[in-house]
Design a protein around this ligand. Structure first.
Ligand code: C2E
Ligand code: MG
Ligand code: MG
Length: 646
């Protein structure tokens, strides 16, 4: 044995390739010891033969880690002669000293205090190739020697890497897929020192080793380091092609796929260009369907993201030439840029999703930046949506009533029922805040029925309480969906029967869009209601595109002129009325009268407006000049104060 000191030798300083005398040429104590240990390890001669012939690369080490005996497989794996391995240490051969944990484990195995060391190493073969090796060290029982075995796992590693690539990439565009995108996003957020991670923290990117020392270290597989000297900000362009479904549906999936691949190429070019001039390459991923994302780590601010989004839109403007077919597409992009601190992958993606939705809603072919205020509005919208149905059951809605006044005599003829929501958190909400939501989610049917019932019962109650007075009609707003999705006719019939209100005292207000083009069911419903004696009014008339002659053929009896017409009549606040407006309204009223319709003017706020409307021939008016919408008790007071009809 060459050494007498206890404990392992430090790693050999000799560079690999240093020529040492082959074992067979060596004499003396060294050789005798080697043979004795090899005999102990291999036992009888045939075991020795097995050891030599084994396919697994093996060596017997002494208690200092030096090679006593090595088989041909090991020499071949390391690209050398068996004899040249003699006396080299395992630490030197397979680089066990490069990290402290492995070095300790190695020593413990040599000293018999540990039963096994297993690790993965990347080795450089003398012929230039790199190979991955699984290294195993374990003490040989009842001896002081240690068995080293090394398995070449390069093929397995390569297969794993290829499988991983397949799992992480999209076959159509060859871009990283959703899985890889989220892995990278998560590691970018977690690895950041701004989120309590750090370059060596829990967020080490994928690609690390399972052995005591990771080969990948604090780097991602693309070799970029994380967390060092970053800006502490992150940005995302979340992109969706406009009208891609139509391309797929009309030109087929093959063309659709080609288009996606071509789009991917342009996105990558944009990202590379930006990444080249700035910090580093950005990740371009296909998240599914026609959705893509460009992740900008260490972003320098919203301007960088805005520039990137603009360049993407510009790049996509050029038509695509796909196997002879010229195609143009546009995209909508949601842009989010924020500090890494406090940002989670889910939070960032939700913001991106919302922003993309805005970009689409704002007209597509554009980029939109995340806006926290707009988001807060959306949150309350969400909160309202989920609270709507329970609120109907919990009786959180109330009706106010606004008088409809005869223009000629100033006498109240009827009232319009206007719903309000007494929300426990948000206070009193006007219908503009929630009717749209209720229409979208269908709860308008239930709410509308409640309004109708409450308004009819109230009208009947006033009548009972003031038997001598001229009974007021009640005008109830009806949403489009109530005509389509519920049996409005039977609901009305039931409510009238139950409350005892005469059908002539009920007016239903529908918007132009609800009756436009009505045929089939809605028209039958209008006809049935009209036959019952219920009056139909067209609300907000003039804001749509309906044609008066067409409306007159429907069972409609009242036009409610939209407030925008009346606004043009303002005299007393210095705004000069437009004579053109007045001429149009006058013509409208005359035409309506000729077609047998009565006209109500909305939003009458001044006496000047009232005077002109009366002169033009409007039958009734509604507005703050007469009264704001009020509680039912106030209407009762008005009825009581009105002299009985003569
Ligand atoms: P609308 O049917 O056109 O109701 C008239 C709206 O004009 C009411 O707003 C009323 O408060 C407002 N208004 C009345 N006089 C004046 C005035 O002189 N000046 C101005 N600037 N505004 C005036 P409100 O109560 O906020 O209702 C808004 C809309 O919500 C209604 O417009 C109606 O379309 C809808 N709505 C209200 N209640 C219901 C309901 O029970 N069911 C359905 N489906 N829609 C309803
Ligand atoms: Mg109305
Ligand atoms: Mg109206």
């Amino acid at each position: 044995m060459s050494g007498t000191s206890e404990g392992p030798r430090p790693p050999a300083v000799a560079a690999s390739g240093t020529v040492r005398p082959p074992v067979t040429e060596r004499h003396g104590a060294d050789r005798a010891a080697a043979e004795s240990v090899a005999r102990t390890a291999a036992g009888p001669r045939d075991y020795r033969g097995v050891f030599q012939a084994a396919h697994l690369a093996m060596a017997v080490l002494d208690h200092q880690g030096a090679v006593i005996s090595a088989n041909d497989a090991l020499a071949e794996l390391l690209g050398t002669e068996p004899a040249r391995l003699f006396d080299r240490t395992a630490a030197d051969l397979v680089d066990l000293a490069s990290d402290i944990r492995t070095w300790h484990a190695y020593r413990e195995v040599l000293e018999g205090r540990r039963s096994r060391l297993r690790c993965t190493r990347r080795l450089k073969h003398p012929d230039g190739r790199t190979l991955w090796a699984e290294v195993n060290l374990s003490p040989v029982p009842e001896s002081r020697s240690v068995l080293l075995s090394i398995a070449d796992i390069s093929d397995r590693r390569e297969l794993q890497a290829r499988l991983r690539h397949l799992q992480m990439h999209d076959p159509v565009t060859r871009l990283p897929n959703r899985t890889l995108f989220f892995e990278r996003l998560t590691s970018a957020l977690e690895a950041s020192p701004y989120n309590g991670g750090g370059p060596f923290g829990k967020g080490r990117p994928y690609g690390g080793e399972s052995g005591p020392l990771g080969e990948a270290g604090p780097r991602g597989h693309d070799g970029r380091s994380y967390g060092h000297g970053g800006t502490g900000r992150i940005g995302l362009c979340y992109l969706d092609l406009d009208g891609f479904k139509a391309v797929n549906d009309t030109l087929g999936h093959r063309t659709g796929d080609r288009l996606l691949a071509a789009v991917a190429t342009r996105l990558t070019e944009c990202a590379d260009q930006d990444g080249y001039t700035r910090s580093g390459g950005h990740l371009v991923a296909r998240l599914g369907g026609d959705e893509f994302a460009i992740l900008v780590e260490d972003s320098t601010g919203t301007e960088q993201l805005a520039d990137l989004a603009r360049s993407v839109l510009t790049a996509l403007q050029l038509p695509f030439d796909l196997a002879g077919q010229r195609l143009s597409v546009s995209a909508s992009i949601g842009v989010v840029e924020r500090a890494v601190a406090g940002t989670t992958p889910t939070g960032l993606m939700q913001a991106a999703d919302t922003t993309l939705y805005w970009a689409k809603a704002d007209g597509k072919a554009r980029w939109t930046l995340f806006d926290p205020e707009r988001n807060a509005h959306r949150m309350t919208r969400q909160a309202l949506t989920s609270a709507l149905r329970p609120a109907i059951e919990d009786d959180e809605f109330v009706l106010q009533y606004q008088p409809l006044v005869g223009m000629a005599d100033g006498v109240v003829r009827g009232v319009e029922a206007l719903v309000r929501w007494n929300h426990p958190q948000f206070g009193t909400l006007s219908p503009n805040r929630f009717i749209g939501i209720a229409e979208e989610d269908g709860s308008i049917v239930q709410l509308g029925r409640w309004v109708l019932h409450t308004a009819c019962r109230q009208a009947r109650q006033w009548q009972r309480d003031h038997p001598g007075a001229r009974p007021l009609f009640v005008s109830v707003n009806v949403a489009v969906r109530q005509v389509w999705d519920s049996d409005l006719v039977s609901d009305v019939a039931e409510i009238l029967a139950e409350t005892g209100l005469a059908p002539q005292l009920l007016q239903l207000e529908l918007t132009e869009s609800a009756v436009m083009g009505s045929a089939g069911r809605p028209l039958q419903a209008l006809q049935a209601l009209s036959d019952m004696g219920v009056r139909i009014a067209i609300d907000d008339f003039g804001t749509g595109y309906s044609n008066l002659a067409y409306l007159s053929r429907l069972p409609v009896s009242v036009l409610k002129l939209d407030g925008s017409f009346v606004r043009g009549f303002r005299y007393d606040d210095g705004v000069h009325p437009s004579p053109a407006d007045e001429t149009i309204v006058e013509a409208l009223v005359q035409l309506a009268h000729r077609l047998g319709l009565t006209v109500t003017a909305e939003c009458v706020e001044t006496s000047g407006q009232a005077a002109r409307l009366q002169r033009i021939g409007c039958d009734t008016g509604q507005g703050w000049l007469f009264s704001r919408p009020v509680a039912p008790e106030r209407i009762a007071e008005m009825i009581a104060a009105t002299p009985p009809p003569s």
